[in-house]
Write a protein that binds this ligand. Sequence first.
Ligand SMILES: NC(=O)C1=CN([C@@H]2O[C@H](COP(=O)(O)OP(=O)(O)OC[C@H]3O[C@@H](n4cnc5c(N)ncnc54)[C@H](OP(=O)(O)O)[C@@H]3O)[C@@H](O)[C@H]2O)[C@@H](O)CC1
Ligand SMILES: [K+]
Length: 502
Amino acid sequence: MFLPAQPIYPVAGIREIEARAMPGAKPSLMERAGRAAAEDAVRLIMDRPGPILVACGPGNNGGDGFVLARHFRQAGREVVAAFADDAARFPADAATAYANYRNSGGDTVSSLPAAPADGWALVIDALFGIGLTRPLEGRYAQWVDSLSRVPSPRLAIDMPSGLDTDSGRVLGTCFRATHTTTFIALKPGLLTLDGPDHAGEISVQRLDVDAAGWLQPLGRAVRPSLFAHRLQPRRRNSHKGSYGDAAILGGAPGMCGAALLAARAALWLGSGRVFAGLLDDAAPRVDVAHPELMLRAASALPEQLSALAVGPGLGQSDSAHGLLSAAITRDLALVLDADALNLLAADPALQAAVTARSAPTVLTPHPSEAARLLGCDTATVQNDRLAAALALSGRLRAHTVLKGCGSIVACPDGRWFINDSGHPGMASAGMGDVLTGLITALLAQGWDAECALLAATHLHGCAADRLARDGIGPVGLSAGELIGAARSLFNGWLTEAARNGF
Ligand SMILES: NC(=O)C1=CN([C@@H]2O[C@H](COP(=O)(O)OP(=O)(O)OC[C@H]3O[C@@H](n4cnc5c(N)ncnc54)[C@H](OP(=O)(O)O)[C@@H]3O)[C@@H](O)[C@H]2O)[C@@H](O)CC1
Ligand SMILES: [K+]
């Protein structure tokens, strides 16, 4: 069965849900949060004797820590609570949690204690959650760095301290959790940029709050349930014309491989026919490994196509510019990748033409390409990947995938998705070309841009994950190897969809 695509909320959304769900909630949300985190913690210490270290901060995240510490105390487990702030300044719920902890006989220490001889069973970071407002420094930076080095399971409460909830940026320094228990719903920062390196395994504890019932989410994690309705079995009475003509335009001198990789991916994900239009006059006229592909001169692609990708190995020559300009005016689903994006960034007239298109446009920038398109630097894009992807989609009236750790898929209407499949072995040449081919294949088969982009992006990462499980990667995974795994997984999804009656 396909898992539901969980909602994701930035801080403002979580605060809004909290404000609606909180009044009169019994038990209080903090009691529920501390208890839920304690339940996750119990699973981590099943076979680990010894004391638990809980580091509590000055806000409600610290309050969650004291609720958890009280539960462990009451269960007879040794807990050391480190707290170095002024309890008189706690917000109301945290003050209650602190008082209850003290009333249960709990004590605090004001500096991080040395580890016991046999180590901590577990260390818990309840320093800062969604209320982090500035970089960690001084004592808290030292605590976080020192806790991150403890060779035990390390559980972060709600957010790893130091991680910006909305962007996944590290503010100063950041706790390196092996596990994170997050409350109510996922947050963008857990899933993109530096989030996955610091959050570890994520457990979402909803605290009996129906988040989507209170606030319609704009963001969701990518899961096949989002496009399961598109995973239709093929009709027996069909032919290659039923599955579209896909084309890849690129392959300038020295870069033919990029276009061929994209074309192969388009073929193996089910396009009826695949053409590759190559700019290099000396390019081969047949792909001997895949003679099914129809290789043409770049100017000789057929008039009738179902979907066209421009960019893999395109280069930035005048002829590349001319071909791109002509492609943008064609009334078909269009994917713009790599140098097509760089040419677009440098030419406002091309941008206006993209904006005026009525057929779907898909953009596949990595952060530097996105920066060129937005007229800013790469760091600005990475500082707020979500905003950058949404700005591109809004400005160019296109669907966008901003690649990188936790790829962001943004729609022109303001909805967005974060993909959590894939691994750093995918940081290798040709991976983007394969993604472009996968998207183009689905567009050629009549998928809408949103579903094609979500499915291809997720599939791309899932294929890499599957190969890594089989020892093919993460290190050394090559883009060409991904294509067969993507085909196999996609067929598995089709079978699953048919079994579930989509
Ligand atoms: N949302 C929910 O539904 C639920 C939320 N719950 C929990 O509440 C958490 C949010 O609580 P929160 O708002 O009190 O924020 P939190 O993260 O504890 O930090 C604020 C404190 O840190 C301080 N501070 C900030 N940055 C700092 C820095 N760099 N260095 C030093 N200090 C810094 C800041 O001080 P100030 O900025 O005012 O100087 C303030 O004192 C949430 O993550 C979850 O765990 C659950 O209990 C129930 C359900
Ligand atoms: K935390």
